[in-house]
Design a protein. Structure first.
Length: 136
């Protein structure tokens, strides 16, 4: 699936999202979890969607992703270096935007092997998928 073949009119999203939001979410998924299984990629996307739906977070995909200090791949600029978005990441973004959520409503995630933030590691894990822990 290439970027031009994404027809968002064929999808029913649970939050407001346009073509650029789909690509941005797919880039974040790839930057944060490209080595994860498909369910892990959907889970990362679901956290973003859950935040958009939560009153304590910004109201759009881009505002959630670019909220300062929230995502390692934004802080270290990795998201900006994703040029060829993997098809599985695009599909995962679409699934998350359509409401698929293997995290049961989680609002946070972290890589259990690389995270250094004590605050996030002190929170109760709702579900672990691949290398990531998800927190409601």
């Amino acid at each position: 699936m290439n970027k031009k073949s994404i027809d968002i009119k064929k999808h029913s999203f649970i939050v407001n999202a346009d073509y650029n939001d789909v690509l941005l979410l797919a880039k974040l998924i790839q930057a944060e979890g490209e080595s994860e299984p498909m369910i892990g990629k959907v889970a990362i996307g679901a956290v973003i969607v859950n935040r958009v739906q939560n009153q304590n977070f910004p109201d759009t995909i881009s505002e959630v992703i670019f909220e300062p200090g929230q995502f390692e791949s934004v802080t270290n600029n990795r998201i900006f270096n994703v040029e060829n978005i993997d098809e599985e990441c695009i599909i995962s973004a679409l699934k998350a935007l359509e409401g698929e959520d293997p995290t049961d409503g989680s609002l946070y995630f972290y890589n259990m092997y690389t995270a250094t933030n004590d605050w996030i590691k002190s929170k109760k894990v709702s579900v672990a998928i691949g290398k990531h822990n998800f927190i409601a």
